[in-house]
Design a protein around this ligand. Structure first.
Ligand code: GLY
Ligand code: MN
Ligand code: MN
Length: 437
């Protein structure tokens, strides 16, 4: 169903003001992906496409021409087709594209190659995303070639193909109040799922059974998909960063790490909690967990306007290195260990990433070669972790197979930050208490 909360027209206008005079913007829909014969993966529109139009059907294209007096927003889309709609679902058709999605004009996608050269004639620059699906660059080159072949008849071919990415990504990086509202709802649903899982887990359960608790809570609340494949790793599996097999038994005495967040109205949440399968942390698990929690807290404290993104990351390294030295898991001085990168045996990823329509959202992390400063409206994850694989050399057996990550989603505000995923037990006491309730 179309989301009417976002002002797509305003987004198109804002983008139009950022581009050169006499330009056109072209955006292509995400491809349909076959899963097995006659069966596709659940369709999900390309984020840029949805961001600018709210249009959710595949096989469609947007053409925005800010300088065209009439017809400055055109949608190419599938035709109405009673038979296909009976089998595969409703299509808006060209009429719907105009009426419901505000296109000034809509055409059949089957006519795109015939009409585009005409519509692009006289335009100086064409903006499109370098990461566009389905060979859009190739198509654009063909249309421009066709115009060029008519130059002797007076046709004026576009001169520049320009990247849409930086302009659009900067817009997507800074979230509006409405986007934040939706992301908070995504956070609430994800919170419900984590609490549900903490209360359901027990020794002998399989990881996929615990995963089912998340999927249930997501779907029940109108989030039809996880924002990414859920990671549910018991024991040593928690140390595999992108573990998604989720097919092992959860054992008494092990921790389970769950990195799972829903996608709600095209916006992601991304939360990790690590909790004991039997409801009670062992001494060693507590010690590792406390270091990660401290890194989480101290990194969050640095989320202040004007602080550089990397400062937050460096703080997490510092806290984790100090903690691992105190447990004897790292040996030497803090400075040497940070300098040599030796800590990356235990902490091998960054503190977080931008979050939005994509779980690893768009937006650059550096500007002019330096880490960028935090600005209000940026949303990111804070997710320090310690992973002690059971195959690591030179590590006391008692630590092996402990993997801990704590991840929350935060919004940078004018006076610090706001957690978008509150209410999910995070401390050892909170987790043990909710698990026993
Ligand atoms: N779930 C992916 C991540 O945490 O980055
Ligand atoms: Mn995550
Ligand atoms: Mn993440």
């Amino acid at each position: 169903m179309q989301n009417t909360q976002f002002n797509f027209k305003e987004r198109r206008s804002e983008l139009s003001q950022k581009i050169e005079e006499d330009s056109a913007i072209i955006v292509y829909s995400a491809p349909v992906k076959t899963r097995i014969s006659d069966t596709d993966y659940l369709y999900r529109q390309d984020s840029n496409f949805y961001y600018l139009s709210g249009y959710e059907e595949p096989e469609s294209m947007l053409l925005i021409r800010p300088n065209a007096q009439e017809n400055n927003f055109i949608i190419f889309c599938r035709d109405r087709d009673a038979l296909r709609e009976q089998w595969d679902g409703f299509r808006s058709g060209q009429e719907g594209a105009v009426e419901k999605y505000g296109a000034n004009q809509a055409y059949s996608i089957s006519d795109v190659d015939k009409l585009m050269p005409e519509l692009l004639e006289g335009v100086k620059n064409i903006y499109f995303s370098m990461s566009s699906p389905c060979g859009l660059d190739h198509k654009i080159n063909n249309w421009v070639d066709q115009i060029r072949s008519n130059t002797r008849a007076g046709a004026e071919a576009p001169q520049n193909l320009l990247s849409l990415d930086t302009l659009l990504h900067e817009m997507r990086l800074i979230k509006s109040d409405k986007e934040i509202e939706v992301m908070k709802r995504a956070g609430e649903i994800t919170a419900e799922a984590h609490i549900r899982a903490m209360q359901a887990v027990k020794p002998g359960m399989y990881e996929y059974q615990l995963e089912a608790e998340y999927l249930y809570a997501f779907n029940k609340n109108g989030a039809r998909s996880p924002a990414y494949n859920s990671i549910v790793g018991g024991g040593n599996n928690a140390c595999i960063l992108h573990y998604v097999e989720n097919n092992s038994e959860l054992l008494d005495g092990d921790l389970v790490l769950v990195d799972a967040g829903c996608e709600y109205q095209y916006y992601a949440s991304d939360v990790t909690r690590t909790f004991p399968v039997n409801g009670v942390f062992s001494q060693e698990q507590k010690e590792i967990y406390s270091i990660v929690q401290e890194a989480h807290t101290q990194s969050m404290d640095l989320l202040q306007l004007g602080n550089k993104w990397n400062l937050v990351h460096e703080k997490s390294i510092e806290v984790i290195v100090e903690g691992l030295i105190s447990l004897g898991l790292l040996k030497g001085s803090k400075e040497e260990i940070i300098e040599s990168g030796e800590y990356s045996r235990f902490y091998m990823h960054r503190i977080g990433h931008w979050l939005g329509m994509d779980v690893h959202d768009v937006g650059s992390y550096k500007k002019d070669g330096d880490w960028r400063e935090l600005e209000p409206g940026m949303v990111m994850t804070i997710e320090p972790g310690i992973y002690i694989l059971d195959s690591l050399d030179g590590v006391d057996e008692k630590w092996k197979g402990i993997g801990v990550r704590i991840e929350d989603d935060v919004l940078v505000t004018n006076d610090g930050y706001e957690v978008l995923t509150p209410g999910i037990p995070r401390t050892i006491e909170e987790i043990e208490s909710v698990m026993q309730s």
